[in-house]
Design a protein around this ligand. Structure first.
Ligand code: ADP
Length: 401
């Protein structure tokens, strides 16, 4: 049984065709720079030469068309007809309070996703474009929506409410939602396997450290708190996002520099984080690390602040769960940077955590990186959101029958 996984952004469409029985990735690729000059199509099929071509992609429907045509193409394709695709799994960023799990897409679901768009305008609109394009080209194929927010719907009220008038929650659903849920759920599952335990007996903290970054407390298999909020701006210091700040900073800078809210929000989302702290050096962690290694003082302060904030969240989630059994690192930075894992774990030796320096140096491999006698296990677990979406799609399909 083959599931097509679609991750549709505002100007890109990433896809994978996955055999859900063997979990083998048959094809993966991307349509990039959609509706922008210089569009590109990359299609990598198992045991075949990768196609990497410049083509005109006017919109997401064009992108879907080239993907489906290539999948069934006699020379480059991997399937004879689109009927071989049993279902399509779509990543959807915001499911609001309506979606606490994945769901088979019908007209009501599409309407509800549209309604959630208020909370994540750019993302949800892009996700819907992908859904509509698929619906048009494969009207009979079932589709499933897998939400970034769904995993966090188990958070208790005390974790998701902000300390502002309750009216705003009642009227507009202003609350913490959290993101990267598919990744946190996948990593927590893998952590239990690595630790040879049932998730139901584990207190885990998952650090998804990529360009966007978030930490989640996963108690007995359920998310009970997470660092991102109403939007992905809250929490950790990220590539270009500030993470937590005192909201008064906005009024203060706004007055001093005569800037409006829109401009200030743009500053917090696009000019802050590692980029802002390093004085414009880079938002890319690799650049920050190489400047840090040359003792560049701007990179040193950015990196130290990044590690400090992450360690503080781990400490607070240890308190939230009254203990922790395992800490997991995932995504571009978490999987690859032994340096930052070491800097973060240095704050946590009070837990009886002992990093194994040799294991910590190894990159991108799923493994436990603490010593045998460490009280808390630290793990590197490469995330796999596409596989998780394929699994969820399969599960929903089986449940729906
Ligand atoms: P996103 O999916 O949010 O765009 P990723 O999970 O791909 O982000 O992570 C991107 C980040 O990972 C970038 O900041 C990049 O510099 C960092 N990264 C990738 N490889 C390495 C590495 N070997 N060492 C340190 N950082 C890395």
């Amino acid at each position: 049984m083959k599931v097509l996984v679609i991750n549709c952004g505002s100007s890109s469409l990433k896809f994978q065709l996955i055999d859900v029985e063997t979990e083998e990735v048959i094809v993966k690729g991307i349509c990039d720079r959609i509706a922008i000059e210089g569009s590109r199509f990359v299609f990598s099929a198992l045991n075949k030469e990768t196609i990497d071509s410049k083509i005109v992609l006017k919109n997401h429907a064009d992108a879907m068309k080239i993907i489906l045509e290539t999948l069934t193409d006699e020379k480059n394709g991997v399937i004879k007809s689109l009927d071989e695709i049993t279902a399509v799994g779509h990543r959807v960023v915001h499911g609001g309070e309506r979606f606490a799990s994945s769901v088979i897409i019908n007209d009501d679901v599409i309407k509800a996703i549209e309604e959630c768009s208020d909370l994540a305008p750019l993302h949800n609109k892009a996700n819907l474009t992908g859904i509509q394009a698929c619906k048009k080209m494969m009207p009979e194929t079932p589709m499933v929506a897998v939400f970034d927010t769904a995993f966090h719907q188990t958070m208790p009220e005390e974790a998701y409410l902000y300390g502002i008038p309750y009216d705003y929650y009642e009227k507009y659903k202003v609350r913490k939602y959290g993101f990267h849920g598919t990744s946190h759920a996948y990593v927590a599952q893998r952590a239990a396997v690595l630790m040879d335990k049932d998730q139901k007996e584990l207190k885990l903290i998952v650090c998804h450290l990529g360009n966007g970054a978030s930490v989640t407390a996963v108690k007995y298999g359920k998310s009970i708190d997470t660092s991102m909020g109403l939007t992905p701006l809250e929490g950790l210091i990220m590539g270009t996002r500030s993470g937590d700040i005192d909201p008064s900073v906005l009024g203060y800078i706004g007055n001093k520099e005569n800037k409006g809210l829109e401009e200030l929000m743009k500053m917090l989302n696009h000019d802050s984080g590692l980029l802002g702290l390093s004085g414009g050096e880079s938002s890319d962690f690799r650049d920050i690390v190489s400047a840090y290694e040359k003792n560049d003082e701007r990179a040193v302060r950015a990196l130290k602040a990044f590690a400090y904030r992450t360690a503080k969240y781990i400490g607070s989630y240890t308190a939230a769960m009254n203990g922790v059994d395992g800490i997991c690192f995932t995504a571009g930075i978490g999987e690859n940077s032994g340096l930052v894992r070491d800097m973060i774990c240095n704050y946590l030796t009070y837990l009886g955590l002992k990093l194994d320096p040799d294991k910590n140096e190894k990159r991108g491999k799923e493994q436990i990186i603490t010593t045998q006698d460490s009280n808390v296990k630290v793990m590197v677990i490469p995330t796999n959101e596409e596989l998780m979406i394929a699994r969820e799609t399969y599960k929903e399909l089986k449940n729906g029958k």
